[in-house]
Every structure is written in C-alpha cells, then in structure tokens.
Design a protein around this ligand. Structure first.
Ligand code: GLU
Length: 487
C-alpha cells in the first residue's frame, strides 16, 4: 500500500427522502470496503437539502441500517442543511469568475418554452438567454426584489470527459447539457452544487456511487474545472436489477435494508450477499475445484476489495441466494455468536426464555442446522427455550389425531418418569420397547411425541431433543398430550 492510497477519502451521501434501500446500502458497502481496504477515511454525509422530502426519521433509519450492517464511519454525519453558507459562497465564486450567472426567467416562462420545444420535436433545454444580463444589471434587479436562480454557464461547444474507474473513458458533448441551476431563488442549492462543493471541501479522493449518477457527472466535472480543482476518481456502480431484469423495486419484494433485518437475516450474511452484487474478487476467490468461493468474512472482503473487481454489467438481486447465505451463516456461527441476534428476536415477540444460558447454547447448536432465518428461533423453535410455545395445528392433525395415541404418549411419559438414566440411548430403548408392548409402530409414537414435545412436525432427532429437554419437561409434555384436543 502506498502512502498516497492510505490518504483515500470516500463518502456515502444518502438523501434522507426514503429508507436505506438495497442499492444505497450496496453503494455504502463498496465505499466502506474501499476506505477500509486502503486504510482511508469513510465519511457519512446526509444530503438533506430537499427540505420537503427529507425527514429526521429517515436519517435515523439510514443510520440504523448502516449500524446494522456494521459500516462504521470515521467522520460525520454531516448535514448539508447545516452547510448552506458554503454553497452560497461557491455559487458566488462561480459568478465572480464568470462561470455562473443569475437567471430571471420565471417558472411559467420556462414551462411555456419547454412545451413549445417539445411540440416542435426538439429536446427542451434552457437557451441561456440570461447570460446576456450583466452582473451589475442582475444586482440591480435583485435589489429591487426580482427573484433569480443561479445557473452554471455550460460551454456551448466541445466535450467533457472523465475516466470512470468502472466504465472507462466517458465523453459527453457539452451541447447536450443545458445551463443547469446551481442555486434556487430561495438560496437552496441543487444537488450538483452542494455535492461538488462538499466533495471538494471534504477533500474526497474517490466518488463511488450508482451508475444512475453517470449522466450527472459531466456537469459536476465542469464545476470542478470551473473551480480550478482537480477531479476525484469516479467509480459508478452497475445497477441492481430484480430477477426479471428490471430495476429493483418494491415489485420484487422488500427494498429497504431494515426489512431484511425484520425477516431474520443475519447482518453479516446480508453484507456478504451485497458485496457480491456487482463485485467479484476474481481469481483470488477460486476454490480448488475451480468454482467461485462465495462466503467471505468481513476481513476477507476488506482485504480483497478493489475497484477493478466491480462489474460493468448490472447485478441481479436473487432472493434465493440471500436465503442460502442466511442459512450458511446461521449454520456456521458459534451458538454464542448467534445468541445476541436471537435475543433480539425474542425481545421483538416478547418471549423470555426459561432455560439456562448453557441449555440455550446447546439448543441453538441442535437447531442451527435446520434454521432458515433468525425468526425460526422466536417462532417454530420456541419449545426449546421455554414452555410458552404453540402447537402447529397441521402437525397435531397429522400425527396426533387419535385419542388412543395421545393416551399412549401420556402413559409413555409415566414410564419416562421412572427412567433413572435419562439419555438419548435410554429414551429410545424405552420408547421402542413400549411400542412393541403395545403393538404399535415405533414411528407413530416418535411422530406423535415430536409434536407433543416441540409443537412441530419436524425437529432434530427426537431422542436428542428428549435428552436436551430433560426428563421433567419431557414427562410433563407427554403427559399433557392426553388432555390435548385436536381439531
Ligand atoms: N444524495 C445523492 C443520492 O442519494 C448522492 C449522490 C452522490 O453520491 O453523488 O443519490
């Protein structure tokens, strides 16, 4: 790592007009991984100059999402709404240097001109007529109370170019760009002005953001040039599409990051999944069998991340893949690492375990190979952590429909009560001997006992479950089977 690369400064700059969505989180993640990989600084900046659409709740939600995904920032959060002076100063600098001017065209005039351009079949673009107003005249008109916006004077000819770290050499004809607004008549900056003023002021070295901003970049490049500043490195990220190859939207399911938390996704699994949405570690991640590795710890992601690995083509968000990551992470975690995540789920459903920590950890170990979501631990697995659990009706109907079987289970419970050495082996021996004695298939008792003990039709090996639950609980739940009313 060279000393210049350790001075990287990258930001995530969300607009709090909505939740932290999947695309935003991926942008944040790539920026964060890049900052961490290069030993640089990661800055969080809230772009809240759209006062009508921004809200404090959305800011809270964004910060919550960042924290959930473990993306810590070194500076900020800075709020653009508190930095308006900088934007006015920057606009003034541009006016003074002849790169920007006041425009007095009213909204109605602009709309009328736009409509007639569209009617004539041409692309509506501001024609630059207020360029002709001298600065002195403009000052005079404003002193009289005329309202004006500040527009940037886009060169009428030539091209604006930049090198994108993902998309390569980009070139835009200036004639295609209009004299865009920098400052509205109420003094509020537009995105182009505030983003460039801040990126310069905060000394950003790299701008990593979605490819939807590619077409904004030439305007921003012109601003950098007009301000006599050198360009940061731009890296635009390919879009994220739904499985039907259209842009990811609510139609495809949840788009807010916190909705995935609410689905019981392990944050690290989500982060691993997001990291590979449009980035690949390349050859370094080939397994011995030639297949691509897909599971990477956060440290590995940080170590391997590079802008070179960002794909040019759009990424597809695949829910099954995310579910696969989640099961892999749940399986691989040490139970004690899973426990705090499970405790959050318990809190959410107001459940208090009655088992000891050791027992809980043992139950997690027993259950984690079967879990698909953290939610399972606070729903179908509750019987392992306390006595408050509900019986799955379908399971009861299927395996406990006969009163005779329920009666036998209760009787079996009585036999277990006097079993001295209550283990996986002895509980199985006793059940099988009891089935033979009663002339019933052991399988019928096993299936029934599973439902009576766990409330579910599927569970880990029944006798492992018995050994885990322990004699008193097993006896109590089996005896209670006699009282069950099965619909
Ligand atoms: N606030 C902009 C957004 O949320 C940031 C764009 C940028 O990174 O320049 O899209």
């Amino acid at each position: 790592m060279t000393s210049s690369s350790s001075a990287t400064r990258v930001r995530f700059a969300p607009s709090p007009t909505g939740f932290l969505h999947v695309g935003g989180a991926r942008t944040a993640l790539f920026s964060w991984l890049f900052a961490r990989h290069t030993g640089g600084t990661f800055i969080l900046r809230i772009e809240d100059t759209d006062f009508e659409r921004s809200s404090a709740d959305m800011v809270t939600g964004i910060l919550e999402g960042m924290r959930w995904l473990g993306m810590d920032w070194d500076e900020g959060p800075f709020y653009q709404s508190q930095r308006l002076d900088l934007y006015t100063r920057t606009a003034n600098t541009l006016i003074e240097s002849g790169h920007a001017y006041h425009c007095f065209c009213s909204r109605e005039e602009l709309e009328a001109r736009r409509a007639s351009a569209t009617e004539a079949g041409s692309v509506p673009r501001y024609d630059g007529r207020c360029r002709a107003i001298s600065r002195a005249e403009a000052q005079g008109r404003m002193a009289q109370g005329d309202s004006a916006v500040v527009r940037f004077m886009v060169p009428r000819e030539g091209v604006t170019t930049f090198q994108d770290a993902v998309f390569g050499a980009m070139e835009f004809a200036n004639a295609e760009l209009e004299d865009f607004v920098l400052l509205r008549s109420d003094g509020i900056p537009t995105y182009h002005l505030s983003v460039v003023a801040d990126d310069l002021d905060m000394r950003m070295t790299h701008i990593i953001r979605g490819a939807d901003h590619l077409s904004n970049t030439p305007k921003q490049v012109l601003l950098y040039q007009a301000l006599g500043a050198s360009l940061p490195i731009f890296a635009h990220l390919p879009l994220i599409l739904g499985p039907d190859k259209t842009r990811l939207s609510k139609r495809h399911g949840a788009t807010s990051v916190m909705a995935y938390k609410d689905m019981g996704i392990v944050p690290e699994a989500f982060r691993n999944f997001l990291a590979l949405l449009g980035w690949s570690p390349g050859e370094a991640a080939k397994q011995d069998d030639g297949r691509d590795r897909e599971i990477f710890s956060t440290d590995e992601l940080i170590q391997m991340f590079s802008l070179d690995g960002i794909a040019h083509s759009n990424a597809v968000f695949n829910n099954e893949k995310l579910a696969w990551y989640n099961t892999e992470y749940i399986r691989a975690y040490e139970p004690c690492r899973l426990l705090p995540l499970i405790e959050e789920e318990w809190l959410a459903v107001n459940f208090q375990p009655t088992r000891s920590r050791e027992e809980i950890l043992a139950a997690i170990a027993l259950l984690q190979p079967r879990a698909r979501s953290l939610k399972d631990f606070a729903s179908t697995f509750l019987a392992y952590f306390g006595d408050e659990f509900s019986m799955d009706d379908a399971a009861a109907k299927k395996f406990l429909p006969e009163a005779a079987v329920r009666q036998m289970l209760a009787e079996l419970g009585g036999r277990y009560a006097s079993l001295e050495n209550f283990t996986e082996v002895s509980t199985e021996e006793l059940l099988r001997a009891y089935a033979t004695e009663k002339g019933i298939k052991a399988g019928a008792l096993i299936n029934g006992a599973r439902v009576a003990l766990t409330g579910q039709a599927v569970a880990p090996s029944l006798f492992a479950v018995m050994a885990y639950l322990g004699k008193p609980t097993v006896v109590r739940r089996l005896v209670a089977a006699a009282e069950l009313t099965v619909p």
